[in-house]
Ligand binder design. Sequence first.
Ligand code: AMP
Ligand code: MG
Length: 304
Amino acid sequence: MEVNGPIVRKYLKKFIAEPQKKIRLKNYDAGQVQNESLKDKSDEEVNEILKEVLKKDQSALFAAQDLLAASHKYGILIVLQGMDTAGKDGTIRHVMSGVNPQGCEVHSFKVPGAEDHAHDFLWRYEKVMPERGMIGIFNRSYYEDVLVVHVHPERMEELPEKIGPDAAGFWEGRYKDINAFEKHLVRNGTVILKFFLHISKDEQKRRLLDRLNHKEKYWKFSVSDVAERQYWDDYMDAYEEMLSATSTGYAPWFIVPADHKWMARTFVAEAVTSAIEGLSLSYPTFPDEQILHLTDAKKQLEEE
Ligand code: AMP
Ligand code: MG
């Protein structure tokens, strides 16, 4: 049986990290926009134009999700990864504004607790995978288990030395586990869409300063964000290795230019819509006998 990845529109496909290719993030322009003509416009003008696009996206996404829920065949897993301030929360807010909240679940993964660490690293994610008909959004994911802990191995669960992060092939083992896990999910009817929101180091500085320059944004700021920024290059290495090892035909990574917030948001909304449309789903049909029952019910109501 073939294990196929999502079918998406051509322009979205261009952002897929080619499987089995070594990814170099410096070759990906974080400041890219969908439409070159937008480059000459001011930030405000671009935002206004893209807001209109987003409104259209929202109604298309709403229709796609309705079909996903009605047909009840596939679940959609959206994985969002990116450095602090990359726009994960804003993207979720925008995608969510286009869907029926009953058909969508967001899970934000923080530092794992003792119970999580007492299990294998995939345990806490597997528990909350989307059911058929549902969209599940992971704000951070099992990819943190090859990113933040790759940069800071001391933050990892304690493992026996023989099988821990110092053992040969440890990280390759984790990538293989992730690939096998995702293949299993896809084979069972989960469509996996993984988005790396790619921002530049300069843009992160701007966004962190913006949080510090506005009192109402203080809550978004964490002192550790500045500390983590010191490890920027290590994170980029970890991301490159992870993207190269885990972008597969059945669960590809999209490297999304995210220096322009609206670009990232419309990209994700369109990719999700496109992937659902690519499933060629249809509303359930009913046998004649059942239609008769429906007709009877209708008559009964009308004659009340
Ligand atoms: P935020 O997304 O800003 O709320 O921060 C969540 C924090 O949890 C980040 O600092 C992540 O690095 C951390 N985190 C998430 N998943 C893991 C994980 N599996 N192992 C260690 N730290 C994690
Ligand atoms: Mg944060």
